[in-house]
Design a protein around this ligand. Structure first.
Ligand code: F0G
Length: 463
């Protein structure tokens, strides 16, 4: 429902709270000990030692009473569970794809897509990278090539669609490598690593047209595509009167398939899928899923999990839901902007990203400013955030050196339907406390580095 009144109406949540989960307040000394034991990596903290957990929006949503009711209707048959068909119907209706392969979560879908489509020596252009997506492309023998617009790398640039693909860069990639070496364009909605920045409908349309001309497929990362649809509705001329489901269907019509981490938009704690329009590709994917995930009618999810996803999709595309979800992120972002804290602008959909380069300008990138800042926030008040900078970017597989991304960020990620406005206020106050003592903060040294996705398990000590 869109109401046009002259006075601004707040984004208050379209739900009330029926069940609560107590959280623990801890002392500064306790948190100091915890972060040292965790090697200054917030992924290695125990969640019971965390007060406000803004590590991720992945699998951390509060489910609705309707989703919980659906959990009781799980059909746990090994084959042909009715919940699979409910899931298929919801995906088909809202995303429009013909074929569906369920997976345990997003990376399960990325693994299968990469293995069936990428050959050794291929190049996969994409709009910035996501950690697991890029790794699966590399493990399949491909090389990821960033073709996002330049503005995405500038945290202060206020363009409304910083997730867009630069058509010139994509064309040059096609000219240089040839369409036959490009199995697909990997196109993420609401680009996570850029700060939750959306893609415009015009760009989805243009990229698809260019790819069609060259016989290249377009595969979406639809993980936060509902959030992207909201930004199209509120920022792109011509879409203000379209519904979220209409916009979502149009986005997907400019693609050949999608991978999905249902743990985000779909308001569940586990789940994912790969959807395709091409029957031959689908048959290959369906064959692979039984090797790595589970039978093709459950793919690593229980029947009840599939039911929760099916019902979550219907809730996710409600305008009032998505407005309140993004409204809460904007509320936190605006509080920080009002205090002149350096954050990525415009505020993204799922998180507020602190710009650690401007927050801790005295720390060189090789001393991990974002990793350091995330640890300091935790010590300050038990707020858990995560690094999205040099640690997340990993190493160049050819040279072995660190990748040094332009963006060195700390992500304060908001779980859906979980925290209140007062939690947002405490989070903002925490950041201000750390801001006031920023000059005294010293950097970190990495003392343990795993080979894959190092940010999850790397350990650090104070310099
Ligand atoms: N694509 C995007 C854009 C993601 O953000 C994620 C996960 C995945 C794919 C992989 O999905 O976790 O279900 O296997 N992002 C989480 C995060 C981990 O915290 O941003 P998954």
């Amino acid at each position: 429902m869109t109401m046009r009144t002259t006075r601004k109406r707040s984004w208050a949540e379209p739900f009330k709270i029926k069940v609560v989960e107590p959280i623990k307040m801890t002392t500064r000394e306790h948190r100091q000990r915890c972060i040292e034991e965790a090697g200054f990596n917030t992924f290695l903290l125990r969640s019971e030692d965390v007060y406000i957990d803004l590590l991720t929006d992945s699998g951390t949503s509060a489910m609705s009473d309707n989703q919980w009711a659906g959990m009781m209707l799980g059909d746990e048959a090994y084959a042909g569970s009715k919940n699979f068909y409910n899931l298929y119907d919801a995906v088909h209706k809202h995303y429009g794809y013909e074929y569906l392969v369920p997976t345990h979560q997003g990376r399960g879908a990325e693994h299968i897509l990469s293995q069936i489509m990428i050959r050794s020596g291929d190049v996969v252009p994409g709009n910035m990278y996501f950690t697991t997506t890029k790794l699966h492309q590399e493990l399949a023998g491909g090389r990821f090539l960033d073709v996002i617009v330049d503005e995405a790398h500038d945290p202060e640039n206020e363009s409304p669609f910083k997730g867009n693909i630069d058509l010139g860069k994509l064309q040059r990639c096609i000219d240089e490598y040839g369409a036959e070496r490009i199995p697909y364009v990997s196109f993420e909605g609401n680009v996570n690593m850029a700060g939750g920045q959306p893609v415009s409908m015009q760009n989805f349309r243009d990229v698809y047209a260019l790819c069609q001309k060259h016989g290249i497929r377009v595969m979406l990362d639809a993980t936060r595509m509902v959030e992207n649809a909201y930004f199209i509705k509120t920022r792109e001329p011509g879409y203000e009167d379209k519904t979220i489901p209409e916009i979502l269907r149009e986005i997907c019509s400019y693609s050949d398939g999608a991978t999905m981490s249902a743990k985000k938009d779909h308001l569940v704690n586990i789940g994912g899928w790969l959807a395709l329009n091409d029957r031959e590709l689908f048959e290959q994917a369906q064959n692979m899923v039984v090797v790595y995930e589970g039978l093709h009618t459950y793919g690593g999810m229980a029947g009840r999990d599939m039911e929760a996803v099916a019902r979550g999709i219907v809730e996710a595309v409600q305008y009032d839901h998505i407005r309140a979800r993004i409204g809460q992120v904007e509320y936190l972002g605006q509080r920080l902007i009002d205090e002149s804290i350096p954050i990525v602008r415009p505020v993204g959909s799922h998180a507020v990203f602190l710009d650690a380069k401007r927050f801790l300008p005295h720390l060189p990138q090789d001393e991990f400013p974002a990793q350091t800042l995330a640890a300091e926030l935790y010590v300050e008040s038990g707020v858990r955030a995560m690094e999205r900078g040099i640690v997340s970017a990993g190493r160049n597989p050819e040279t072995g050196d660190h990748n040094r991304p332009a963006l060195e960020l700390v992500r304060l990620t908001l779980p859906r339907r979980v925290y209140t406005q007062a939690h947002m206020d405490v989070t903002a106050e925490t950041i201000l406390e750390v801001w006031d003592r920023r000059a005294q903060i010293t950097g970190l040294e990495m003392v343990f580095e795993p080979k894959y996705l190092r940010f999850f398990q790397a350990r650090f000590v104070r310099k």
